[in-house]
Design a protein around this ligand. Sequence first.
Ligand code: 6PG
Length: 252
Amino acid sequence: MGAEGDTSGREVRVLDDHVALARAAADEWRLRALAAVAASGRFAVALSGGATPRAVYALLADPAAPYRDALPWARTHVFFGDERAVPPDDPRSSYGMARGALLSSVALPPENVHRIRGEDEPGAAARSYEDALRAFFGVAPRFDLLLLGMGADGHTASLFPGSPAIDEPSRLVAAVPAPAAGPARITLTLRALQAAAHAVFLVSGAQKAPALARVLSGESGAEALPAARVRPAHGSVLWLVDRAAAPFLAAP
Ligand code: 6PG
């Protein structure tokens, strides 16, 4: 495993493979959950959809792994970074995926799960999720842990390159069209992502390598990739990437 830190609150860790990546992410969850509960009595985490986090959720729920019985589920509040405009039982639902892999297997009070209502009209779902965030956090959603993925085009959450939602000045949540064929999305805006205390990107696979190199390069053109713009104002960013995604990164 390699690690690179810098003074901007950003750290990059290269893990051998997707299994090691899932373990590193679960370790990070445990660290942040225990610290947040010790400091404030609760742990607020935002989940990512996509394929990469599924192994992390399964590990957290695994009774044989050192997480499930060590974590403060009763004090954990689960949110979502984005959602597809589909009902919870649709296989494309991020909430449905997280429920199947994690939420239904741990002692999490149902009222601590704050999902985005993908079955509602997207604009209405965005507004009601924003209201829920403001009721819970006040002005800005300061997640103790914000899990994010990155697409091969540099998108993160459902902020796709060129989307007006990226520069949305006041809303925390936006309804956005699907990038290609597919359901509309409801997503946290960049403004909301920047309020997190700690963001962790999970990036796996060779198809992400060019975008990852660009995002981490710091070149001015990289700002066109939404993932490069996530820099919490009073927080840190950890990039957990596997070796397959990292061939173009400078050695630590
Ligand atoms: C989602 C997220 C999206 C995802 C990336 C990476 O699909 O739910 O909105 O931002 O995290 O597309 O997805 P993979 O982990 O599947 O590559």
